[in-house]
Design a protein around this ligand. Sequence first.
Ligand code: PNS
Length: 167
Amino acid sequence: METRIAVCPGSFDPITLGHLDIIRRAATLFDQVIVLVVINPAKTPSFTPEERVEMIRKSVEGMPNVKVDAYCGLLIDYVREKGAVAIVKGLRAVSDFEYEFQMALTNKKMLPYAETVFLTTSTQNMYLSSSLVKQVAMFDGDITDFVPRAIYNEVRERLCKKQGNPQ
Ligand code: PNS
C-alpha cells in the first residue's frame, strides 16, 4: 500500500510544545511525517538551521514515523520531491487564519494534488509562539511549560542574558 507522507513545515526557532502537539497528532494521521525546517533568507533566526533540526530531533525521539529535515526553497517543490500528499499546519487563533489561508491557496494553485491540513491547536497551547518563548527565556523566565523538556537547557543557555549571553 502507498505510504502517505505529510510535511509539517515551519521556522521552528525554536520548536515549542505547541509544534510538538501538532507533530504528534499528524503522526497518528499519516504513515510518515517530515518536520521541515524552512530556511527563510529574509529572516534572522536565533538558532541555525542545524541547531533547529537537532532540537526537533531530540524532541521527537520515540516517534518512529517522524523525520526531520531542513530546506531552502519553495515548499511545494520539496513536497513534490518527497511524494508527500499533505502539508500539515497548526492553527492557533483567528489571527493565524488569513495568512495560512493565503499560503494554502497559493500552494494548492501550484501543486493541486497536495492538501493543506489544518489542525486546531490544543487549548493549553493557544497562546504559544516561538518569539514569545524566546522573550521569556531571554529574561530568565520559566519556559518549562513552553518547550519540550529535551531542549529546555539548550534554549535557556543560548538565550538567557543572565547566563552570560550578551545577545
Ligand atoms: O513557522 P512559520 O515561519 O510560520 O512558517 C512559514 C513557512 C515556512 C511554512 C512558509 O514561509 C513557507 O512555506 N516558506 C517556504 C517558501 C514558500 O514555499 N513560499 C510560498 C508559500 S505560499
